[in-house]
Design a binder for this molecule. Structure first.
Ligand code: ATP
Ligand code: MG
Length: 424
């Protein structure tokens, strides 16, 4: 019995064949770059103890307050689908004993889950590329992290991105700044919105991150965190800027750049684009020197960034970047019983010899004409045609589909060499 068609879960997307080349291009380019910089790939679980995210991201953040997919497993343990990956990589470093006077530069990619309001560029299952440098105090590694991301945009052919940086200082200097900020915000209480009033008590820095245009003036006139850094954080920030200047990476210091997670210290940064509308952050990161100790690990400085893969693939599409295709280059047409019988084995042999050339075989028969139509639609450059006559002679006709060139007939064993010559 059939019923209503089954539905996808809201905010969770299928990546279909036509989108896949963009994803592949991003994944392959990132993988190559990480390996060029000496970052090692790791894989970590999608599900963790709920406590991990409460203790790392912070109880008073949007993510923990209202966006996590949390459930009890059959043993009654509270588990959560990871809303981000940094905390998971840190947990992995701690639970695998990787922190004792060691340094690690690692990366991974995969899905993350947040119960947000789905809209363009904002989904409930989304994907991140995530890298972390654990055990490095910086600011050299802070600069390297940013350089790596800058090179990734170049390698992808993405131009419409801009870098903002800021420093959040240490927990101590931030406490002082926070008191100052709360005093200021109290003085302008009448202008705050409901969200900000709620944050004022628990997490006032997040008010600076508000996307409500009505708060623009209050936020613009607020005391700036960069003016209230402790001397060591100031020096760290100045040296990061000197590295970026020396490497000619353009950036803007945005004193209002605070990140949505509590664990950041000192350096934070974000790449934004003007090509995607409201969801403009494509890659964000920062230093989290206190997090590892906070999660019970050996105190270890670290920094990392995460890139939103949906937004970056959309950016590739939106800005018309040409990505490597996956269309077949050769389409084998098999017309008649003898051809169909010989075709699969022949194509297997040709694939062996044509290693690297994509060869699609027509399956399921059909008229010669309809098969040739399919060949054309597939995007292939050449059709290799075997009909009854060719099968009887042990030959194939090689027909260029994208030019006026004549088709050629050749014996089966000679097909790979002819195909290669006609492709190039
Ligand atoms: P935003 O300000 O857009 O909500 P965020 O500060 O919550 O982003 P991070 O937690 O730093 O984002 O995650 C890193 C990157 O992951 C973001 O820069 C963005 O590109 C992407 N990202 C975050 N949330 C989503 C989502 N719900 N859907 C798609 N991409 C997302
Ligand atoms: Mg967010």
């Amino acid at each position: 019995m059939s019923g209503q068609p089954v539905q996808a879960v809201r905010g969770m997307n299928d990546v279909l064949a036509e989108d896949m080349p963009y994803w592949r291009f991003l994944e392959d380019t990132a993988r190559e770059l990480f390996s060029a910089y000496g970052y090692q790939e790791v894989r970590v679980p999608m599900v963790e103890h709920t406590e991990l995210f409460k203790r790392s991201i912070g109880e008073l953040t949007d993510i923990v307050e209202k966006e996590m997919y949390t459930f009890d497993d059959r043993g009654g343990e509270s588990l959560t689908l990871r809303p981000e990956i940094t905390a998971v990589l840190v947990r992995a470093a701690i639970s695998n004993g990787l922190l004792h006077n060691q340094k690690h530069r690692i990366w991974t990619w995969g899905p993350a889950f947040r119960y947000e309001r789905p809209q363009k560029g904002r989904y409930r299952q989304f994907h991140q590329i995530d890298c972390e440098a654990i055990g490095y105090e910086g600011p050299d590694v802070d600069a390297e992290m940013i350089l790596l991301s800058a090179r990734l945009w170049r390698a992808l052919g993405i131009g419409r991105v801009a870098l903002q940086i800021n420093s959040l200082g240490t927990p101590e200097s931030r406490r002082d700044y926070r008191a100052l900020l709360v005093g200021y915000l109290e003085s302008r209480r009448a202008e705050l919105d409901e969200d900000s009033l709620r944050r004022l008590g628990g997490n006032p820095l997040r008010i600076l991150d508000s996307k409500n245009p009505a708060l623009r003036a209050v936020i613009d006139e607020a005391p700036q965190i960069t003016e209230h850094l402790d001397p060591a954080s100031r020096d760290h920030f100045d040296r990061l800027r000197a590295h970026l200047d020396a490497c000619r990476v353009p950036y803007v210091v945005n004193p209002r750049l605070v990140r949505g997670l509590d664990y950041y210290t000192r350096t934070v940064f974000e790449w934004t684009t003007d090509a995607l509308g409201a969801q403009d952050a494509v890659c964000s990161g920062g230093r989290y020197d206190g997090l590892i100790a906070q999660l019970g690990g050996q105190p270890t400085p670290a920094i990392g960034w995460a890139l939103g893969m949906e937004r970056v693939t959309e950016l590739l599409r939106e800005t018309g970047v040409a990505v490597p295709g996956v269309t077949p280059r050769v389409y084998v047409v098999l017309s008649g019983e003898r051809a169909e019988h010989a075709g699969l084995a022949l194509a297997e042999g040709w694939r062996d010899e044509l290693a690297g050339v994509r060869v699609a075989v027509h399956l399921g028969g059909g008229s010669f004409k309809s098969q040739l139509k399919r060949a054309d639609k597939s995007g292939a450059e050449l059709a290799v045609i075997i009909g009854d006559d060719e099968a009887a002679r042990g030959t194939a006709a090689i027909k260029p589909l994208r030019s006026e060139r004549q088709q050629e007939e050749c014996a089966w064993p000679a097909v790979p060499a002819r195909v290669r010559a006609m492709l190039s």
